[in-house]
Write a protein that binds this ligand. Structure first.
Ligand code: TRP
Length: 353
């Protein structure tokens, strides 16, 4: 069986370091293994519209921003097809058929949808499209027969629901679709990077993000303002490492070679943690190191982003070609789907049979 990746992001804002460690970095790694026959990276504008129906301009503006973030992280248009969801109308058709294979109560139980409804205060007025987006996401994945979905932990319930739809489709209409697997980052700190304020999730609306496109001074300001252990008041006090955002970020970003370069007093992160826990290591010193680490990681991304910003017509061309290729691929799957469902009426005089 072919090995195919599909994943994507809603274009509702620039991407941040939470996206980076949670999924983008993994995509670039998988791209460079050369083990995948095809890789599709989708800018999910139609999904973004499910909770931004009154603000299509915001979605439109962010399509190029997200594309720039992708290219900046090292996704290579020669190796991956980057495309725009709404440019592949087959996804809508497929969703329409899948809607009949899913119950309302199953959608209501989807934990990600549940928490997003709460976060958006949608309780009394959930847009139907938003409520059904797990179905549309199953269409996104299966239209490309994706075997692998590198995504953040919050996407796990989506993949589970997608597998249920595949299973149902195949058992009702015959073996046609492929069940995907989610690929999560291996490092626990990357699974859910907290915001700089220590809140559970980095999110634009909470204003606690460090963006991939951020300038060095801004990164430094944000790192220095990070929430740490609130009980670590004086340098000599013992500090807590667990749940301390500064250390979670270090777990996510710091590599052994950073010590020789930026903090030769220590050999590795365990030594820093031990000292912090013992007492005698001030937050500012740790933040200074974290800042150096973050600057080193984000500098090449920012530089590449600026280069691509000078070549926007090329970026548009990449999206256009990617979308045309994605449409061709999805159309082939839709032919199979219609055939399996026996709604391919005009093929070979089928309607007369
Ligand atoms: N739900 C994803 C997000 O919030 C975006 C997305 C849409 C997606 N379709 C997908 C992710 C298919 C993985 C696979 O960012």
């Amino acid at each position: 069986m072919k090995k195919v990746i599909l994943t994507g992001d809603r274009p509702t804002g620039r991407l941040h370091v939470g996206h980076y460690v949670g999924s983008l970095k993994e995509r670039v790694r998988l791209q460079n293994t050369g083990e995948y026959d095809e890789i599709f990276i989708m800018i999910a504008d139609a999904q973004a519209l499910t909770d931004n129906a009154d603000n299509p301009e915001k979605v439109r503006q962010n399509i190029l921003q997200v594309a720039l973030d992708y290219l900046a992280c090292g996704l290579d248009p020669n190796k991956v097809h980057i495309f725009i969801q709404s440019m592949v109308p087959q996804l809508t058709e497929l969703s329409f058929y899948y809607q009949n294979l899913v119950t309302v109560s199953r959608l209501q139980r989807n934990p990600t949808v549940k928490s997003e409804i709460q976060m958006r205060n949608f309780e009394a007025s959930i847009p139907v499209g938003f409520f059904c987006y797990p179905i549309s996401q199953a269409a996104d994945i299966t239209a490309f027969k994706a075997t692998t979905v590198p995504a953040g932990e919050d996407q796990k319930p989506m993949i589970e629901q997608c597998c249920e739809i595949v299973h149902k489709f195949n058992s009702v209409y015959g073996e046609t679709l492929v069940e995907p697997q989610i690929v999560l980052p291996q490092n626990a700190a990357c699974l859910r990077l907290p915001g700089i304020d220590g809140k559970a999730k980095m999110s634009k609306s909470l204003g606690n993000c460090i963006y991939l496109s951020e300038e060095p001074e801004e990164i430094e300001k944000k790192v220095k303002s990070m929430f740490t252990d609130p009980n670590h008041l004086r340098v000599q006090d013992p500090g807590k490492v667990e749940g301390n955002p500064v250390f979670i970020y270090l777990d996510a970003f710091c590599r052994p070679e950073h010590f020789a370069e930026f903090w030769p007093e220590y050999q590795n992160l365990d030594e820093v943690k031990a000292h912090y826990q013992r007492g005698g290591l001030g937050d500012m010193k740790v933040k200074k190191f974290l800042n150096s680490v973050m600057q080193a990681e984000l500098e090449p991304i920012r530089t590449r982003r600026k280069e691509w910003e000078q070549r926007l017509p090329e970026v548009v061309e990449i999206l256009k070609e990617g979308s045309a290729y994605a449409e061709k691929t999805a159309a082939a799957t839709l032919d199979e789907v219609r055939k399996a469902m026996r709604i391919d009426y005009f093929e070979n005089g089928n309607l007369l049979k």
